[in-house]
Structure formats: C-alpha cells, structure tokens
Design a protein around this ligand. Structure first.
Ligand code: AMP
Ligand code: MG
Length: 476
C-alpha cells in the first residue's frame, strides 16, 4: 500500500502582513493551457514540496499562481530604483507576484515568487508577461550560479502558459517560479525612504534584519550594522561573480538584493575572452555595467542604500553621513580581500605564498590574459591540469615554483559554464518544442567541476564568429 504524499502547502504572508504599505494584494492571471517545461526536483524536495504533486494539475496551478492554498495572500511588491543611474520613483512588480513564504526543510523562510504572471498596478506600459526563452534562460543561469556556490535566487519551475506574448515576434508565454531568501532590494528601501514615513522605513529595516542579519539586532546601532552587513555580503558576492567571469548586465538598484543573492537574470552572460570592458547587453551602450565596472557599480548602489537608511542611522544627519561613509569605505577593502582569496584558490596557491608574491603573479596573469585574449574559464581549467599556451610560459614557470595544488584547483575552476552560444542553442531548440538540449546543458552546468566524456563541446569556447557580435536582451 502506498501512502499518499502530504500535499498540504502552507504559504506564509509575513511580508504582506508586516509591510502592507509596499505589498499590493493581487492575483495571477489565468493561464489558458499550462504545460510544465521544467521542474527543479531537488529544490522542491528541499522546500518540502512533493515533486510528483507539483507535476499534477493542482501543483502546476500553484506554480502559475492560479490555485493557491487557503490563506495565501499574493502581493505585488512596491519598489523604486536607479536604472542606469537615473532615478525612477515607482517601479515595483509589474509582471511578478510574491505568492508567499515557505518554511524549507532546514527551517529557513524562502519566498515563492512568480515572474510573468500578468499585469499588476505596477505594470506601467508593460504587458505583465514573460516568454519561454527568457524564463528558461533565468532557470539555466541561476542554477549554474548555484552550482558554482554563488549566492542566488533559485528557479523552481518554468510553465508555458499557452498565452501568446507579443515582442518583435509572437512568442509563447511562460511563468517562472522563483525561490529567494527574500525579494527585498536596495530599491525597496529607496521606495519607502522617498515616501518619508520613518515608521515604515524602520519596520522594513527590522524585517530585513530579522530575515537576513539577525546579529545586527544586537548591535549598538542595528541600522548601521544592517548597512555594514549588506556591504560585506555584497562585496563578497561581486567578488564571486568576478572570479567566474559573470556579467549581470543590469545592476540597477532595484536588481540588487539586501540578502546579497544574485537576482534578476536578464541580459546576463559569462565572459569568454578576458576583457574588463566586456558588455553583452544591447541596452548598455555606454558600458556602465561592463564586467570590470561591477565592483564600482555595486559600491554606488550601496551608497544609495546608505542614503535611504540615513534617517535610521542617527538623528543628527551629519553624524549619520559620517557613519555611513565610513561603512561604505570598507566595501573596496572587503571586496579585494574576497577576490584575492578566490584568485589564490584558482591558482592553487597555499598559505605559505606571501601576499605580495601572489598579488604580483595575479596582476601579471590578468595583463597576459587581456593581451592574449584567452578564454577565461578554460584557461584556468587547463592550468589546473598543469598546461598553458606558449605565451604564458615564463609566467607559468614562476607559478610552478610556488608549488600549486592542482587537485584543489580542479575543485574551484569549473569545466562547464552556461556559455552564450550553448545557451542560445538550447533556447532556440526549447522554443521550437525540443527540451532535450536544455536538459543536457542543465545536467553539465549543475555539476560544473566534473568532467564528463561525451560533453567536450560544452567545455569549449564559442566559435570566433559567435563571440564577436553576441548581444543579450533585457526585459523580454
Ligand atoms: P527588470 O529590468 O526586469 O528588472 O524590470 C524593471 C521593471 O520593469 C520592473 O518594475 C518590472 O516589473 C517591470 N517590467 C519588466 N518587464 C515588464 C512587463 N513585460 N510587464 C510589466 N512590467 C514589466
Ligand atoms: Mg528587476
């Protein structure tokens, strides 16, 4: 006799209850013909959800927001943001909904959120919809980031809706179910701060502290401690992006989380040849969000976060500015420390190697990588097998004298990343109805350090003609 799985899903509404001022009660649009394209079974289990049930009509109904458990209070979240440096006072979830919070099997509170679930009062001119291709893209890249041990929101599922979405062409609509530690953004604080009600701002900050940085509550100045905690966590996050060659592409303040999880995979991409000026996004013509600019942009965004928090940091605003400025000045030191430690690990350098020696070696390597236009990811993997191209011979001879640990290098230098040409190829197949290439790519990027025979082409750089003109698109 089989025991029926417990399909009771409990969706909390802590955010909606604690912050009604920025939580607009709303419903997902009906989906004419929902069809599950991909389900993250291991994540479902981690969340205490039964994968078999999620594949049933009721389960799919949850994944598109049309069949919710009793007591659920789905909301569109309000937020503001600086987009490409320009202030936008009202953004918010135009095509997204926070369905509620789940308590996972490790007792952590996780947001269940939908993207592409229809227009909300924040939609402005948008249609509230998302297409299959971009939602599968977010699924693939966020899962790759997770497998690379980089903090990120996760993808639980993509469901094709059966609704047509009109872009340059007519596309199939889709809803992505996303899991996050929370959806609080720098822009959430900017939105509340701009409204000028200090009690709401304090409630938002207390909510963030309780969910993400509980130790800050015990500090002498909890709101300064919140700022310092976010600065430290973001400094580390951006270092991890840089170490794997990840380019977010649209680091607006509304796309930067307080939890320091990577969020909103739009025009993101992994760099091929090492070049700090690399930009893929079609809308980033000035290169504001280029690979090499990411640390400086993160620091700029954190300064906007600090501004929003100023009234809570001290009553005397001059004093608050002094405290916040000191906290912001730590970003660069923290970021560089994380990045240097990560680079030492990529090069297999032990603790016996002096910092000055390591730093010099790293600087020379970056110069060589840039001038030789070498593929960033595969260079480090080859190095972990002890081989390099001739142009790196002199450099490598010095590196070898430091007795690098090749085995440890193979645990931190990935073989497989979601390379742009592979992502495009799998999305083209998926939108034509063939999920097989997507599933194959998902398999390799989910175990990025394990070399597999038969998957050699997934480790290779893009053919030259692909890399030169590749562009990614935002908001599609
Ligand atoms: P993003 O660039 O995806 O971070 O989105 C920026 C803002 O535009 C957010 O407020 C989104 O909710 C909104 N937005 C993006 N695409 C759409 C759409 N198709 N319909 C409604 N709102 C959208
Ligand atoms: Mg966004």
């Amino acid at each position: 006799m089989s025991i029926a799985p417990d399909t009771t899903v409990v969706l909390g509404h802590r955010f909606a209850t604690e912050l009604p001022e920025v939580a607009l009660r709303w419903q997902a649009e009906p989906t004419p013909a929902p069809r599950l394209l991909v389900l993250n079974e291991s994540l479902a289990i981690e969340l205490g959800l039964d994968p078999a049930w999620l594949r049933s009509p009721d389960g799919i109904g949850l994944l598109v927001g049309t069949r919710l458990p009793a007591g659920a209070q789905p909301v569109a979240q309000g937020y503001a943001g600086h987009q490409f440096g320009g202030w936008v006072p009202r953004l918010g979830d135009g095509r997204a909904l926070l369905l509620g919070e789940l308590v996972d099997t490790k007792q952590r509170l996780r947001d269940l959120h939908l993207k592409g679930s229809g227009r909300t009062p924040f939609a402005r001119g948008g249609d509230g919809l998302a297409a299959v291709g971009p939602m599968l893209r977010e699924y693939l890249v966020s899962e790759a980031m997770h497998a690379l041990a980089i903090p990120t929101t996760r993808a639980l599922s993509v469901v094709a809706t059966g609704r047509a979405v009109h872009r340059e062409t007519t596309l199939d609509g889709a809803v992505l179910a996303r899991i996050a530690a929370s959806h609080l953004r720098v822009g959430s604080f900017q939105y509340v701060a701009a409204a000028g009600d200090l009690t709401v701002l304090r409630r938002l900050a207390d909510h963030a502290i309780s969910r993400h940085y509980p130790a800050a509550a015990r500090a002498d100045n909890p709101y300064l401690a919140l700022l310092e905690s976010v600065i430290a966590a973001q400094a580390e996050l951006i270092a991890r992006w840089m170490l794997v060659g990840f380019i977010h592409g649209v680091m607006n303040t509304d796309n930067m989380t307080i939890s320091a999880e990577t969020i909103d995979y739009g025009p993101c991409a992994f760099m091929d040849a090492f070049d700090p000026k690399t930009v893929f996004s079609s809308i980033d013509s000035s290169g504001r969000y280029a690979y090499g600019n990411q640390p400086a942009i993160a620091a700029w965004n954190l300064a906007r976060f600090a501004e929003a928090l100023l009234p809570l940091i001290a009553d005397d605003q001059e004093h608050a500015v002094t405290l916040a400025t000191a906290a912001l000045q730590d970003f660069s030191k923290l970021h560089t420390a994380s990045w240097s430690a990560g680079m030492r690990a990529k090069l297999g350098l032990g603790e016996n190697v002096e910092d000055a020696v390591a730093q010099h070696l790293i600087e020379e390597l970056l110069e060589l990588l840039e001038s030789e236009r070498v593929d960033y990811t595969s260079f480090f993997r080859r190095l972990s097998r002890g081989t390099v191209e001739p142009a790196f011979g002199t450099w490598a001879a010095r590196w070898r004298t430091l007795d690098p640990d090749l085995a440890s290098m193979q645990r931190v230098n990935p073989v497989y990343i979601p390379r742009n040409h592979l992502v495009e190829e799998t999305l083209a197949a998926a939108t034509a109805g063939d999920m097989e290439p997507f599933n194959r790519l998902l398999t390799v990027i989910s175990s990025p350090y394990d070399e597999r025979s038969g998957f050699e082409r997934y480790a290779d750089p893009a053919p030259d003609e692909f890399g030169r003109c590749f562009q990614t698109f935002c908001g599609t």
